[in-house]
Design a protein around this ligand. Structure first.
Ligand SMILES: [Zn+2]
Ligand SMILES: [Zn+2]
Length: 75
């Protein structure tokens, strides 16, 4: 799944949170349990979109869409 490339406010490290997309407005970002915890946060813990304010409209991005295609070589 897509991972958030935003920066966490608390420790300035990359967020690596799961990216969600708002079905209402197309806004993309991660979800955090605190408000504005990440520079790329798109949704509050109550599944509320930061952009349009809709709740419960978030969906996970499909795997293939933007994840870099890596073929892990096991063995
Ligand atoms: Zn994030
Ligand atoms: Zn929205």
């Amino acid at each position: 799944m897509a991972l958030c490339t935003g920066e966490r406010k608390t420790n300035q490290l990359q967020c690596y949170g799961t990216i969600y997309k708002c079905k209402a407005c197309g806004n993309e970002g991660c979800m955090q349990n605190k408000e504005h915890a990440c520079s790329n946060q798109g949704f509050s813990v109550l599944e509320r979109c930061y952009k349009c304010g809709a709740t419960g409209q978030m969906e996970m991005l499909p795997n293939e869409e933007r994840a870099p295609r890596k073929t892990p070589s096991y063995g």
